[in-house]
Design a protein around this ligand. Structure first.
Ligand code: GLV
Ligand code: MN
Length: 225
């Protein structure tokens, strides 16, 4: 009798595993093919990422970024602001599969529910006290109140938020496994897109009258987030 390790099923299983294995390495940005590829933001060709600046033009300045030093202005309806440190602001990150944001909060401020289609997020609270929460694809809500020095992780693509529940200001640094994680911000996506999502779609979705939708649109519409 033939051993089970040599059966056609075993072979099929092994082949399937071999075919699927490379997918795990595609879960974030692809691996770089050289030490660095400082983005040439002026290039006219469009590729998946940005073309590299000629090495002769690369300087130390390309690998350092001061954009996250300054506290962001939180005078907006959410009482928070996200300062981006992705490849668009910091071209040295191009193809390296990482980036970082700074989020500042006024007392009571919220970084509203949003998701990152291209990255998992890991953050550390630097100042203050934040309620950090996310919801899974099974609709389960996980959350915790964090103080300075404590970390969180938000699995890729899941809707999450942070809210300042302390007495004073707060801020957090968030790292991503993508040079351009992208953000789908629920309130602006739904109520401030260009052109707008038709009111009948929103009234039917949220089971409210049109005036409620118009009121939300008028508040969210002017938001620069
Ligand atoms: C925080 O959640 C961020 O996306 O910067
Ligand atoms: Mn986020």
């Amino acid at each position: 009798m033939a051993s089970s390790s040599g059966s056609p099923y075993q072979l099929l299983f092994s082949l399937t595993v071999l075919l699927l294995l490379p997918l795990s390495s595609l879960s974030a940005d692809p691996d770089p093919l050289q030490d660095f590829c400082v983005a040439d933001r002026n290039a006219t060709i469009s590729v998946n990422g940005f073309p590299c600046k000629p090495i002769s033009q690369v300087t130390s300045e390309d690998f350092f970024f001061s954009g996250l030093m300054k506290e962001g202005n939180t005078s907006n309806i959410f009482g928070s602001t996200v300062t981006l440190g992705n490849v668009l602001e910091f071209p040295g990150l191009n193809t390296l599969g990482i980036s970082m944001n700074r989020v500042d909060f006024a007392p009571g401020g919220i970084n509203p529910p949003h998701s990152h289609p291209r990255a998992t997020e890991s953050g550390v609270v630097i100042q203050g006290k934040l309620l950090v929460g996310f919801v899974t694809t099974n609709n389960v809500y996980y959350s915790k109140v964090l103080s300075a020095g404590q970390m969180f992780v938000i699995p890729r693509g899941l809707v999450h938020f942070q809210r300042n529940v302390g007495e004073g200001k707060a801020f957090t640094l968030a790292a991503f496994n993508s040079h351009l994680p992208g953000a789908v911000v629920a309130p602006t996506t739904l109520f401030a897109s260009t052109p707008s999502i038709p009111n009948e779609v929103l009234t039917q979705t949220f089971q409210v009258e049109e005036e409620v939708i118009n009121s939300i649109k008028s508040k969210i519409g002017g938001t620069i987030y």
